[in-house]
Design a protein. Structure first.
Length: 555
RNA sequence: UGCCUGAUAGUAUAAUGGUAGUACGACAGAUUUUGGUUCUGUUUGUCUUGGUUCGAAUCCAGGUCGGGCAACCA
C-alpha cells in the first residue's frame, strides 16, 4: 500500500506538460545574481528546481544572472557554487547570462529591424515621468518614430562607447498606455562603463533583466522557468519577447518566496547587516544564509527536509523558525555523538571516593544508533564539574536534580547522595558535597535505588577548556521588516552569548570543524570553522534540545 | 482608486463537486540512566454574503482583507 503523496501545483503542471506531450522532458534552472550570498529562501528555490527535474527525469542548469556589473563579483559566484553543492545538488550545465551577450545583442538588433525597439535620448527622470502612473497612461516618446536605420546606427554607437552612462537606452516599442507598467516601452539595454567580473571591458551596454533573463531561458531551452511571485507582472513582457523573437517558448511560473519568523530574508537587508558589522560576515552563524547555517551546524539534509515540509504555493507565508529547528534536531538526534560539557561549572566533591583514584567509565556515543554507536572512555574522579543550575539549595517543587539530601544519577556513572554544600563570601554555592553509592555503577547497578534525575559531569582533573558560543534569534520581532522604523532596531541584543571557558570532556579534543555533537542535556553543537585554532576550540550551538523543564518553570 | 494575484486550525500544507486530513506548535499521559528521543491521546480551521447543486473548501456573482506592480536593480 503506497500512500499517494499529493502533488504541488508545479508538479501538476509538469505532469500535465509531460502527459500532453507539450514537453518530452523538462529543463529547469537556478538563476542567482552573483551579488550576495545564498540564503535559506534560495534553498527553497534550489530544492524546487533541482527537485522537479530529479523527480521527472529532467535537467537543471546553474545560471548566473550577471547583467549588472556594478553589483556583481566573482566572490559571490564562488560562494554560490559552493553552497549549491553543499546542499547536495549537481547542475547539468553552468552558464552565465554574460556568455550570451553576443546572442542577446543580435536579438536586440532583430527587434530593432522589426521596428519593435528604438533608441531613447531621454534621461532616466524624463523616462520615469513619461511612463505615467498605474492609474494614468504614459506618453509616447518622440524617439518612437525613429527609422530602423537611425536606431541601428544609434544602437551601434551605444555599443561602441560613443555615449556615456545614462545618455541613451534601447527601449522595446510596446504600449505606453498598457495597464501593466512593465509593458510601457521597457528598457532593454543601458550603458554602464563599468568593468564586468567576467567580460571585463568588452561591453559597455548591458541588457536588462527582463530581456536577458527570458532570452537566456530560451537559449538554454528551459521548459519551466520558475521564479518568485514579485515577477508575476513581468510575465507578459517575458512572453512578448519570446513571441516577437520567435525564440524557444520557455514559460515562467511563480511561487511564493520563503519568509521565516525572527529573521530577514532580503539580500539588501542582509548586506546591510554585513556592511554595518552588526554580524560577523555573511557566514555569521546567526544569519539565514546557507553559509551561516552551515557554520551554525545545520546539515544539508535538514535543510532539504525543511524545504520539503514547507511546501510550495502561491500565497504569502511566514514559516515558524521552530519548524527549521525541528528539522535540524530530527537529523542531528540520529547522527550527533553524545558528549558531556559543563557550561557553567561548580565543583561536586564525592567525599567517600578515594583521593587520587581514577575510574575509567564507558559512555555511549549515541543511544539512537546500533550498539549505542560504540563507547568512549570517561575518567571519573573524586572532584567533578557539574552544571551550577543542577543544584538548588532549596529545591522547588518537582525538582529532581541535586539538592540537600537528594539523590541523582551521574550519567553513565554512579548515583550520588547530596550531603552538603559550601558557599563563598558572597553566598554563592561553590561546592556540592556528595557520597556515591558504589553498587550503583552504570550498567551493573545492584543498589535497587531509583532516582528521577540524571545529570552530566566531567572529572575536574581531566576536563579541558573550550569556548562555547550560544546563539539566539537575531531579531526580537516575528517579522522585523513589518515593524515601524528601521528593521535593525529590532535586533536581539542577546543573540550571541560567549562562554570563554566551558569544561569539556577529554574526548572532544580531537573534534574537527564541522563535526556535530550533542552536548548531553544542553543542545547540539559543532566545532566552529572560523575561530577554532591549534590551542583553542570554539563550539557553536546549533540549536538547544527541547526543554520541558524550562518550559514548565517559565509558566 | 488602474492592473496582476491570493485567502483552509497559532504556522504551514492536503482534500481537484461526495467523511475537512497531515506536519510543526500547544496541552495531557506512558516509556526513558539526556526534564532529550520514542509512543499515545486532546485541542483549534474552510474570510464574508448570496447563488448553482441531492451535496460546495472546491463551481458562479458581489463584498472584505492581504501581497505585488510606476529602478537605466534582479
Amino acid at each position: 500500500m503506497s500512500e499517494e503523496k499529493s502533488l504541488h501545483f508545479l508538479e501538476e503542471i509538469v505532469e500535465k506538460d509531460l502527459s500532453t506531450g507539450k514537453h518530452t522532458s523538462i529543463h529547469t534552472r537556478f538563476p542567482p545574481e552573483p551579488n550576495g550570498y545564498l540564503h535559506i529562501g534560495h534553498a527553497k528555490s534550489i530544492c524546487l528546481n533541482f527537485g522537479l527535474a530529479d523527480k521527472y527525469g529532467g535537467k537543471t542548469n546553474l545560471r548566473f544572472d550577471d547583467t549588472n556589473p556594478v553589483t556583481e563579483d566573482t566572490e559571490y559566484v564562488e560562494s554560490i557554487k559552493a553552497d549549491v553543492r553543499w546542499l547536495g545538488f549537481d547542475w547539468e550545465e553552468e552558464h552565465y547570462a554574460s556568455d550570451y551577450f553576443d546572442q542577446i545583442y543580435v536579438l536586440a538588433i532583430s527587434l530593432i529591424k522589426k521596428g519593435l525597439a528604438y533608441v531613447e535620448d531621454m534621461t532616466a527622470e524624463e523616462i520615469a515621468a513619461s511612463k505615467g502612473t498605474p492609474t494614468e497612461p504614459g506618453r509616447e516618446s518622440q524617439a518612437r518614430s525613429r527609422t530602423v536605420e537611425e536606431n541601428l546606427s544609434l544602437f551601434t554607437a551605444m555599443k561602441e562607447g560613443k555615449y556615456n552612462d545614462g545618455e541613451k537606452v534601447l527601449r522595446a516599442k510596446i504600449d505606453m498606455s498598457s495597464p501593466n507598467m512593465h509593458m510601457r516601452d521597457p528598457i532593454m539595454y543601458r550603458i554602464k562603463k563599468t568593468s564586468h567580473h567576467r567580460t571585463g571591458d568588452t561591453w559597455c551596454i548591458y541588457p536588462m533583466y527582463d530581456f536577458a533573463h527570458g532570452q537566456s531561458d530560451s537559449i538554454e531551452h528551459i521548459t519551466h522557468s520558475i521564479c518568485t511571485l514579485e515577477f508575476e507582472v513581468h510575465r507578459p513582457l517575458y512572453n512578448w519577447y519570446v513571441e516577437q523573437l520567435g525564440t524557444f517558448p520557455s514559460t515562467q511560473y511563480e511561487f511564493a518566496r520563503l519568509n521565516l519568523t525572527y529573521t530577514v530574508m532580503s539580500k539588501r537587508k542582509l548586506l546591510q547587516l554585513v556592511q554595518e558589522k552588526l554580524v560577523d560576515g555573511w557566514d555569521d552563524p546567526r544569519m539565514p544564509t546557507i553559509s551561516g547555517l552551515r557554520r551554525r551546524g545545520f546539515t544539508p539534509l535538514s535543510i532539504r527536509n525543511f524545504c520539503e515540509r514547507i511546501g510550495v504555493q502561491r500565497r504569502e507565508n511566514i514559516i515558524d523558525v521552530g519548524l527549521l529547528e525541528f528539522c535540524i534536531r530530527e537529523d542531528l538526534n540520529k547522527v550527533a555523538l553524545r558528549r558531556m560539557v559543563v557550561l557553567d561549572p561548580i565543583k561536586l566533591i564525592i567525599t567517600n571516593y578515594p583521593d587520587g583514584s581514577t575510574d575509567i567509565l564507558k559512555g555511549e556515543n549515541n543511544p539512537e544508533l546500533e550498539d549505542n554507536g560504540g563507547y568512549r572512555d570517561m575518567p571519573f574522579t573524586k572532584e567533578l564539574w557539574i552544571e551550577s543550575e543542577d543544584f538548588q539549595e532549596v529545591p522547588q517543587k518537582k525538582w529532581f536534580r541535586l539538592a540537600p539530601d537528594m539523590k541523582v544519577r551521574l550519567k553513565s556513572a554512579y548515583i550520588v547522595h547530596c550531603t552538603g554544600f559550601k558557599k563563598d563570601e558572597t553566598g554563592k554555592v561553590v561546592e556540592v558535597h556528595c557520597e556515591y553509592i558504589p553498587e550503583s555503577k552504570s550498567g551493573q547497578d545492584t543498589s535497587g535505588i531509583n532516582v528521577k534525575g540524571t545529570i552530566h559531569w566531567i572529572s575536574a582533573e581531566h576536563a579541558l577548556d573550550a569556548e562555547v558560543r550560544l546563539y539566539d534569534r537575531l531579531f526580537q520581532a516575528e517579522d522585523p521588516s513589518d515593524e515601524e522604523g528601521d528593521f535593525k532596531l529590532n535586533m536581539n541584543p542577546n543573540s550571541l552569548e560567549i562562554i570563554p571557558t566551558a569544561k569539556i570532556e577529554p574526548s572532544l579534543k580531537d573534534a574537527k570543524p564541522g563535526d556535530q555533537f550533542q552536548f548531553i542535556r544542553k543542545g547540539y553543537f559543532t566545532l566552529d570553522s572560523k575561530f577554532t585554532t591549534e590551542d583553542k576550540l570554539v563550539f557553536n550551538r546549533t540549536v538547544t534540545l527541547k526543554d520541558a523543564w524550562a518550559k514548565m518553570t517559565s509558566r
